[in-house]
Design a protein around this ligand. Structure first.
Ligand SMILES: Nc1nc2c(ncn2[C@@H]2O[C@H](COP(=O)(O)OP(=O)(O)OP(=O)(O)O)[C@@H](O)[C@H]2O)c(=O)[nH]1
Length: 536
């Protein structure tokens, strides 16, 4: 992007800065709370970008701020406390500035345009290897390169210049318990590269050594036996930062002022909300707004929040929808009763905005995780058959509505029965995973990748015509054919065949899938290890 518009990160930093300045000038509790909200919003932003080093720094500031909220009488804070906070803010801004010059270029959340350049996503990864562990590093380096990473070996304790910080650093220490000098080096790397992901490979499977590594700045410590496959999958997942739909909260609240304050607080945390004043409208609002959570008042005219909750819990579609009561009700017996009758949590008014946002976000994150787990294939982490089919239909409908180009491909691993029969089912599973990860590595965030059957995959490429889809898939086909898969006696190679069909030549999801399937059969008939396009 070349535009001079401020990024969402710049916006957040400016807000944080302005609110701190307002508090320093006014010294009011309300201003401090506004500042706390801005810090929290920055933590969330770094979390979403998966920048653990910055999350940690920012959380340090957030904890310091939350500890000082107190009440109106604790503000303005003592000069010493303000100086301490100012130092933390300066340190945070300094680290953000460093990481902005080196942060991986990505993650804007914008849909990637269908340009050739976008199909390959090289990422630089450093493998920091201790003496005597070169063999592990070699294997990992060649595997990473197959999945599109630029992997470079770095000797333990080599000097780090932040302006070349990598997307990820993989530390391979000499033994399973990192030594003091190794930990110091990890600390130095963490400091120099706040936006990088730091992994330690081959950690001892016990709490204390892993905590020690995490304190030094490691984001994930991986056990020795799962190393290469786990690392590659983790890295690929990190590349696919999901730009999620905004969280949606339905506020059921008869006081218009209270509803306004609640919606404003949620809005400041990037949460969408809709307020209704009458619980009688609840079912209609649920159908049309599809919230991730309900914030329910207890006492309303006509019927109360607990009665409304009991009605919802009788409807299967709303059994697991989180319901949080937000009420002035201070009677503990009533609160317990409200929870027993279907509520998930009770918050008291007047509410702390940071706590309200934290409760809402964590409940929604778990709810969405639960929903997602029903869509994901356990072996590959891709969409399962039903989810892929549903998403394909939505994408085809979108393409039909806006007249955009759109290609669909069916992929099937060749002679896969022979792989299973010769090397065993677990090795067959590794080959399936290898293809899944290669697809994840080579396709864009806006593309759909689903595991359609055992060794069959469904791909959808928005903004792409049949010719470009054929080129892209053919490149992936050639790379897959060259990808070595480990088995107990050495390595094996596999191939796949694919069929491509495109919109607008075919204009429904069903017609596209059927045509891509027929083209796939044609590729199989033609000798396998090839990509065929359906006739226009
Ligand atoms: N390891 C493993 N095998 C699977 C899985 N799902 C399906 N399969 C196997 O995949 C094989 C598919 O074989 P076939 O449909 O005969 O096709 P093929 O041998 O790949 O031959 P062509 O498709 O004609 O190239 C069957 O042996 C299935 O048991 C899985 O999750 N893991």
């Amino acid at each position: 992007m070349t535009s001079a518009q401020p990024s969402p990160l710049d916006d957040r930093l400016q807000v944080l800065h302005a609110r701190w300045a307002q508090y320093m000038a006014g010294g009011q509790l309300e201003q401090f709370i506004e500042f706390a909200v801005a810090v929290n919003s920055l933590v969330e932003h770094f979390n979403r970008l998966r920048l653990p080093g910055l999350v940690r720094l920012c959380q340090g500031l957030e904890n310091a701020v939350l500890a000082r909220i107190g009440d109106a009488s604790s503000h303005p804070m003592e000069a010493q406390e303000r100086i301490a906070l100012q130092r933390q803010i300066d340190a945070l801004f300094g680290s953000v500035a460093t990481s902005q010059t080196v942060a991986p270029v990505r993650r804007t959340g914008e849909r990637a345009p269908a340009r050739e350049l976008d199909w390959v996503k090289p990422r630089n990864v450093w493998i920091v290897v201790a003496e005597g562990r070169g063999e592990v590093a070699d294997g990992l380096q060649s595997q990473l390169q197959y999945f599109g990473f630029k992997a470079r070996r770095v000797d333990w304790c080599a000097g780090i210049t932040p302006d070349e910080a990598p997307f990820a650093m993989l530390f391979i220490p000499a033994g399973i318990e990192a030594q003091a000098d190794e930990l110091h080096y990890i600390e130095a790397c963490r400091k120099a590269c706040p936006a990088s992901q730091l992994f330690c490979l081959g950690a001892a499977p016990a709490v204390e050594p892993i905590v020690t590594l995490m304190r030094a700045g490691i984001d994930a410590a991986l056990p020795a036996d799962e190393q290469p496959s786990m690392v590659i999958n983790r890295l690929l997942d990190l590349l696919h930062t999901e730009e999620q739909d905004k969280y949606r909260v339905l506020v059921v609240e008869d006081s218009r002022v209270a509803a306004l304050v609640i919606c404003r607080t949620l809005g400041e945390h990037g949460i969408d909300s809709l307020a209704i004043g009458d619980p009688g409208e609840l079912l209609d609002a649920l159908r049309t707004y599809r919230p991730d959570l309900i914030l329910m008042d207890m006492h309303m005219p006509r019927f109360n929040g607990v009665e409304a909750t009991r009605v919802l819990r009788q409807i299967p579609a709303y059994h697991t929808l989180p319901i949080v009561y937000l009420s002035g009700e201070s009677n503990i017996g009533m609160q317990v009763e409200a929870l027993r009758l279907g509520g998930d949590q009770f918050l008291i008014k007047p509410f702390n905005p940071v706590l309200l946002a934290a409760v809402v976000k964590t409940k929604i994150a778990r709810f969405r995780d639960l929903q997602r787990s029903t869509c994901i294939d356990g072996l590959t982490g891709l969409f399962n058959h039903a989810a892929a089919k549903a998403r394909l239909k939505a994408m085809a409908d979108d393409a039909a509505a806006d007249g955009g180009r759109f290609a669909v491909a069916m992929i099937d691993i060749d002679n896969f029965k022979a792989v299973n029969d010769t090397y065993g089912h677990p090795v067959g599973d590794l080959v399936i995973r290898g293809l899944a990860w290669l697809l994840k590595a080579r396709l864009r965030e806006s593309d759909l990748i689903g595991r359609y059957g055992g060794e069959e995959f469904l791909i959808a490429l928005p903004g792409t015509d049949a010719a470009l889809a054929q080129t892209v898939l053919d490149r992936i086909r050639a790379d897959f054919a060259a990808l070595p898969h480990a088995h107990p006696g050495g390595t094996l190679y596999a191939t796949f065949s694919a069929g491509v069909a495109a919109y607008p030549e075919l204009d429904t999801a069903a017609a596209l899938t059927e045509a891509a399937d027929n083209a796939l059969l044609e590729a199989k008939r033609g000798g396998r290890n090839r990509v065929e396009t359906a006739p226009a």
